[in-house]
Design a protein around this ligand. Structure first.
Ligand SMILES: [Zn+2]
Length: 387
């Protein structure tokens, strides 16, 4: 038994050791894998936050670029308008110059030929006008008109130049925004790669964690099963030891003599609870008077021979069940009925107080009891007369 117990303990220890080995495979424990999962999740969250910030930045740049493009488009329209205005102003200026020259030519054609020569030789409008000594000869009206047209041309030109400068500025801004957009987009792309990598690491780690947990559960289950099996084996061993050492529940009839009272008959069933029916009783109108005395007792209660004698009958009868009949000599006979078992046999001598059987309810009986009957000369008599 002690040896058995030791073997069980060592088997359980062995299993516990192998379970802890399984859980440490790849130098990764559940705790380590869980910690890694937390770290990866936190990295993912910060990368995601970065990602959102970059996306916001990109949206802002795109918005600015849209605004700048709208301004550029507007500026382009204005520039086109300014160019057309300039052309118109130059046309006006030239018309004025041409008509002015015609009038001067007409005025002086027949007079001052020297003036006409200068007029013809003038390289351009300004050269002509700057020739101071002749300016006085041009009518004030013409001079004013020309000056006005020239001012308009200059004004439109300046406006166009300014518009072109603004356009240039906007164009530079747009280039700058395009550069920024590319830069942020690159960061966003890199971040996307990082995020995808983290996702894949998280997935792989989750698998490792799941595997570790499954292995730990399987090991714990195996350990529990082994322990249960060991306990069952120990219990069976203990049961086997008990049955081989303790013997059966069979109890042989008592060999001691049980005698009570000083009469000729001893009590044939001192273990009875009570007398359920006395000799001579009429238990129902159709029944004859009761020929014996009924000892109500639980099944198995020992019955004893009332006096010394010889067993005449030890067997079975359909009405008396397992019964014993003993001859005491001098015409005195006792009958013992309804036994569950009998421990004497016909022809056997028995002593007063020797066990002959055990109470039962065989034959014509409604419950366990001993029907004890005494007969003298073949006639039933009250057993109490002999007690
Ligand atoms: Zn009876």
């Amino acid at each position: 038994m002690k040896k058995q117990k030791n073997r069980v303990i060592s088997a359980v220890l062995c299993l516990a050791l192998s379970a802890s080995v399984v859980m440490n495979v790849g130098a990764t424990t559940i705790d380590e894998a869980q910690q890694k999962a937390n770290e990866l999740e936190s990295q993912k969250q910060s990368t995601q936050a970065e990602q959102n910030a970059l996306a916001d930045q990109l949206n802002l740049i795109a918005e600015k670029m849209t605004q700048t493009q709208a301004a550029l488009d507007e500026k382009k329209t204005e520039i086109t308008q300014a160019e057309n205005d300039l052309i118109a102003a130059k046309v006006d200026e030239n018309d004025q110059y041409t008509s002015m020259k015609k009038r001067i030519k007409y005025m002086y054609e027949s007079g001052d030929t020297q003036f006409l020569e200068i007029l013809v030789e003038a390289k351009d409008m300004n050269d002509f006008l700057n020739t101071a000594e002749y300016v006085s000869q041009i009518s004030a009206y013409d001079r004013d008109m020309l000056k006005q047209f020239q001012d308009t041309v200059a004004e439109v030109q300046a406006q166009e130049d300014s518009l072109k400068a603004e356009y240039e500025e906007l164009s530079n801004l747009q280039d700058e925004l395009t550069g920024q957009q590319a830069q942020v987009q690159t960061l966003l792309d890199n971040n996307n790669v990082k995020l995808a990598d983290l996702e894949s690491q998280i997935g792989a780690n989750a698998q490792v964690l799941a595997d570790l947990k499954a292995a730990a559960e399987a090991a714990a289950r195996a350990q529990a099963e082994a322990q249960a099996a060991a306990e069952a084996a120990a219990a069976q061993a203990a049961a086997e030891a008990a049955s081989s050492g303790g013997g059966s529940s069979y109890i042989p009839p008592s060999s001691s003599i049980v005698v009570s009272g000083n009469g000729q008959f001893t009590n044939p069933c001192p273990g009875a609870s009570y007398i359920s029916s006395e000799f001579g009783e009429y238990r129902s109108p159709s029944d004859p008077a009761h020929k014996g005395r009924d000892y109500a007792a639980s099944t198995g209660t020992p019955t004893y021979s009332a006096a010394d004698g010889t067993v005449l009958i030890a067997g079975y009868s359909s009405s008396a069940g397992n019964w014993v009949v003993i001859d005491h000599g001098n015409g005195l006979v006792t009958k013992y009925m309804h036994h569950s078992s009998i421990c004497v046999s016909a022809g056997q001598s028995v002593s007063r107080g020797q066990q002959i059987g055990a109470v039962g309810s065989t034959g014509d009986s409604t419950g366990p009891h001993l029907h004890f009957q005494a007969e003298s000369g073949g006639v039933a008599v009250d057993p109490r007369n002999f007690m």
